[in-house]
Ligand binder design. Structure first.
Ligand SMILES: Cc1cc2nc3c(=O)[nH]c(=O)nc-3n(C[C@H](O)[C@H](O)[C@H](O)COP(=O)(O)OP(=O)(O)OC[C@H]3O[C@@H](n4cnc5c(N)ncnc54)[C@H](O)[C@@H]3O)c2cc1C
Length: 404
């Protein structure tokens, strides 16, 4: 039976909702997670890359399908830039179902309650709390909470219900799971070029047991009427790389949105958005698990104190979150500006020139020294400052970083 009165109700039991629930329940708050599906971790729309930092936080090593040492990045004309060192782990590939279930299980072990097959139908907030009408297994029920956390993903109901804006960019990702691709062990591949992933890249990621995840992502404006599935087909038939895909057999297909660019209004009276609901995915990689974890962790202490004191109006939530959220937003904006400068807003010709420079030994050394999937900005800036060929971009970079 789901109780009527909660400290925190979380809409969405994905990784962000599960992690927020674990933290808040561990601090003694009563927490209810509402999950619309009958099962955690389904449907699955993810390449499954989890950074070591995020993994060390939850220690769900059982969900790891494959360890990755580096990325072999291909320019539009085929120039290869290998980033990473064999034997030195860079990131993990997980089974998202197992990972999400593990995160949510940790929340339940910490004392949070999970209600499956459950969605909010209505929610209104006032000085006394948030009053929700919810549906559980088809039956409606009214509950009250001090704080409502919207962790309900890219198309967040919470965000729409409380009119909290939209993420700056909504990328579209398409992915298949295949057998029969022969890549380098423990390395993922990234392919670039306007035909196969306009402004972005496509990926082939080993996912254990001889299987690979092949994906493409881009933004609707850059696709110019084409679908991401068309881009995927163009990758498979690309003259430079088609031989690699000759023997693959698809076992699954997925398509999903990737919201990147923090919404203007992350808080409202007694309501806060976290993770994909707030537009937290990285503009450079589309990774959203790490940012969701970081977002809640950075405000935990003041948020817990505010819940205890029931000081949760918009002004109070804004005050306790503004510093941390602004830092995250600035990082995201800088990463997007650099991505646009170096990759997304370039022609294939310019990108080929960049790849020729990336592939030089001294530049590769720099990339391997400073390159960190979690922090692309220091690498981008170092490239612009230290590599003569990129110096002419410095002025443009400076302007973009200052004004975006
Ligand atoms: C093709 C693709 C590849 C990706 N690859 C990666 C990757 O390799 N690494 C990475 O870190 N990220 C990746 N991402 C992004 C990643 O999937 C998300 O950023 C991450 O899942 C965000 O977690 P979240 O908990 O905020 O949201 P979600 O994982 O979307 O979880 C939201 C939860 O809320 C539930 N929900 C939604 N609406 C309601 C409602 N009204 N009521 C109740 N429950 C609701 C959903 O069922 C879901 O369980 C990828 C995305 C795509 C599309």
């Amino acid at each position: 039976m789901v109780g009527n009165d909660w400290d925190v109700v979380i809409v969405g039991a994905g990784p962000t909702g599960g992690r927020a629930a674990t933290h808040l329940a561990s601090l003694g708050h009563s927490v209810l997670m509402l999950e619309e599906h009958q099962e955690i971790g389904r449907p699955f729309q993810c390449a499954g890359l989890v950074t070591p930092k995020a993994m060390h936080e939850v220690e769900l090593y059982d969900s790891v399908l494959q360890e990755i040492d580096g990325a072999r990045i291909h320019g539009p004309d085929g120039t290869l830039v290998p980033v990473g060192t064999s034997g030195k782990l860079r990131t993990y590939v997980v089974c998202r179902k197992q990972f999400d279930q593990g995160v949510v299980q940790q929340a339940m072990q910490a004392g949070a309650t999970l209600s499956l097959n459950s969605t909010p139908l209505e929610a209104t907030a006032n000085d006394d709390g948030v009053f929700l009408k919810i549906q559980i297994d088809g039956a409606t029920k009214e509950i009250k909470t001090k704080l409502l956390l919207g962790c309900d993903g890219a198309h967040s109901w919470t965000r729409r219900n409380f009119k909290m804006g939209r993420p700056k960019e909504m990328m579209i990702g398409f992915q298949t799971e295949v057998l029969g691709y022969e890549g380098k062990e423990r390395w993922l591949e990234m392919y670039s070029g306007s035909e196969i992933a306009p402004g972005f890249f496509s990926w082939v990621i080993p996912s254990g047991f001889g299987s690979h995840r092949i994906g493409v992502w881009s933004t609707p404006d850059r696709l110019d009427g084409k679908s991401v599935e068309d881009c995927y087909e163009d990758l498979l038939n690309h003259p430079l790389w088609k031989h690699r895909f000759e023997n693959i057999t698809e076992t699954a297909r997925y398509c999903g949105p990737i919201p990147s660019g923090m919404v203007k209004k992350t808080v409202s009276n007694r309501v806060m958005l976290l993770g994909d609901a707030a537009g937290m995915a990285k503009p450079t990689t589309g990774g959203g698990i790490g940012p969701g974890f970081r977002q809640i962790k950075g405000i935990l202490k003041p948020l817990s104190e505010a819940i205890t004191a029931d000081r949760l109006n918009e002004k109070q939530l804004h005050k306790l979150s503004i510093k941390h959220f602004t830092t995250m937003k600035k990082d995201q904006d800088k990463a997007r500006a650099l991505r646009n400068l170096l990759v997304s807003d370039t022609t294939d010709e310019e990108l080929n020139k960049h790849f020729t420079n990336f592939a030089k030994e001294e530049v590769l050394e720099l990339i391997n020294e400073i390159g960190d999937i979690e922090k692309p900005v220091p690498l981008g800036l170092a490239l612009i400052k230290k590599v003569p060929a990129f110096r002419r971009l410095a002025l443009r970079a400076g302007t973009r970083l200052m004004f975006r």
